[in-house]
Design a protein around this ligand. Structure first.
Ligand code: HEC
Ligand code: HEC
Ligand code: HEC
Ligand code: HEC
Length: 235
């Protein structure tokens, strides 16, 4: 097993430290020295987190492509539960952590959404057991999750929707060499060379698209679907 023993943290980690320097306000809160610059706490957070359940009302619909179900069956939704498995206990033992990994800031910072983010930025307590949720990649959603805003990409961006398709740093806040399971050869590129992280392949592994024929038309199609449901009922 490739356990991180505290060797030189170069590259990404220095970048994380730079981010810490740039956003001192975010770090005014009590996040311990070891966890600074990792996970969502290293993002510039300007809106409130609401949790995956608030996205489910629309993104759990079949018509939409049920992103909620795909996420729920993928690695990120399991990230908190992972901290109780045998591999985690053995990592914690090797690192000499005193408590359980599921209570350790050294692990939670990347295995939960909004860990270390100032509490006033978290609207409702996020459920730990839901692990790394939508907002870790799409941004804190309290202001963009409204129907009319969501359906207009420019408005959604102006209200805090991030763009993980273009901003791969979002992934690298957690997918970096501060992870005890970091593996510099995890991804193999088409030329045979290896990388710790390859955005295209990684995004493919967690793919949860809006169906092609629905993209940009969800509200219109949903309205038709509701009208049809009404007609069926009144028959
Ligand atoms: C808040 C931290 C965090 C962010 C941000 C994050 N991940 Fe992850 N990711 C994790 C954790 C933790 C796991 C391991 C989950 C488990 O198995 O318990 C993981 C696992 C994965 C896996 C499965 C393991 C592997 O490498 O094949 C993929 C694929 C993945 N993430 C892709 C992404 C992509 C793509 C992004 C950015 C769009 C991203 N992640 C952003 C924390 C994060
Ligand atoms: C810097 C962010 C980060 C930190 C800190 C972190 N993890 Fe992770 N963890 C990840 C990511 C990302 C993955 C996905 C694989 C990878 O890239 O390492 C992961 C994967 C894992 C896995 C493997 C899941 C699988 O099924 O393959 C275990 C176990 C795990 N982490 C345990 C821990 C424990 C225990 C701690 C605390 C001692 C910890 N992690 C701290 C980001 C982190
Ligand atoms: C680990 C990161 C990560 C998590 C967690 C995550 N997403 Fe995504 N999501 C992505 C990435 C990456 C894309 C592709 C972005 C692109 O290509 O521009 C994406 C795309 C999407 C899209 C657009 C699909 C399309 O066809 O345009 C929707 C909608 C979406 N996600 C909703 C959600 C919802 C809802 C959740 C939670 C239930 C969630 N995502 C969880 C990273 C994530
Ligand atoms: C009230 C319904 C609703 C809620 C709640 C909602 N969304 Fe959306 N979302 C939409 C609609 C409508 C679209 C546009 C669908 C289309 O293409 O027609 C959309 C699109 C998206 C996209 C794709 C943007 C793009 O690239 O085009 C992402 C990502 C996304 N939502 C994430 C989220 C996240 C994360 C949450 C929770 C914080 C959330 N949404 C909550 C209705 C909602």
């Amino acid at each position: 097993m490739n356990v991180y023993h505290g060797g030189p943290r170069l590259g990404l980690f220095s970048l994380a430290l730079l981010l810490v320097g740039l956003f001192p306000l975010v770090f005014a809160h009590a996040v311990s020295a070891q966890t600074q610059g990792l996970g969502d706490a290293s993002a510039s957070i300007q809106h409130d987190f609401v949790g995956a359940r608030k996205c489910k009302s629309c993104h759990g619909k079949e018509l939409m492509g049920d992103q909620n179900a795909t996420w729920g069956a993928g690695p990120h939704a399991q990230a908190f539960k992972t901290l109780s498995n045998e591999q985690s206990l053995s990592i914690a033992g090797e690192l000499g952590l005193s408590g359980a990994p599921s209570d350790a800031p050294e692990c939670l910072v990347c295995h939960l959404t909004a860990y270390g983010v100032p509490e006033e930025r978290i609207w409702k307590p996020l459920k730990r057991e839901e692990g790394v949720q939508c907002e870790s990649c799409h941004g804190p959603g309290r202001d963009f999750r409204k129907k009319k805003i969501m359906a207009d990409l420019d408005k959604a961006r102006a209200n805090g929707l991030w763009d993980p398709g273009n901003d791969h740093e979002i992934c690298l806040r957690c997918h970096n060499d501060a992870s005890p399971t970091f593996d510099p050869h995890r991804y193999t590129l088409s030329d045979g060379s290896t990388r710790a992280f390859d955005y295209d392949q990684a995004a493919e592994r967690i793919d949860h698209p809006i169906p092609e024929h629905v993209k940009g038309r969800y509200l219109e199609l949903r309205k038709k679907q509701k009208e049809e449901e009404e007609r069926q009922k009144n028959r």
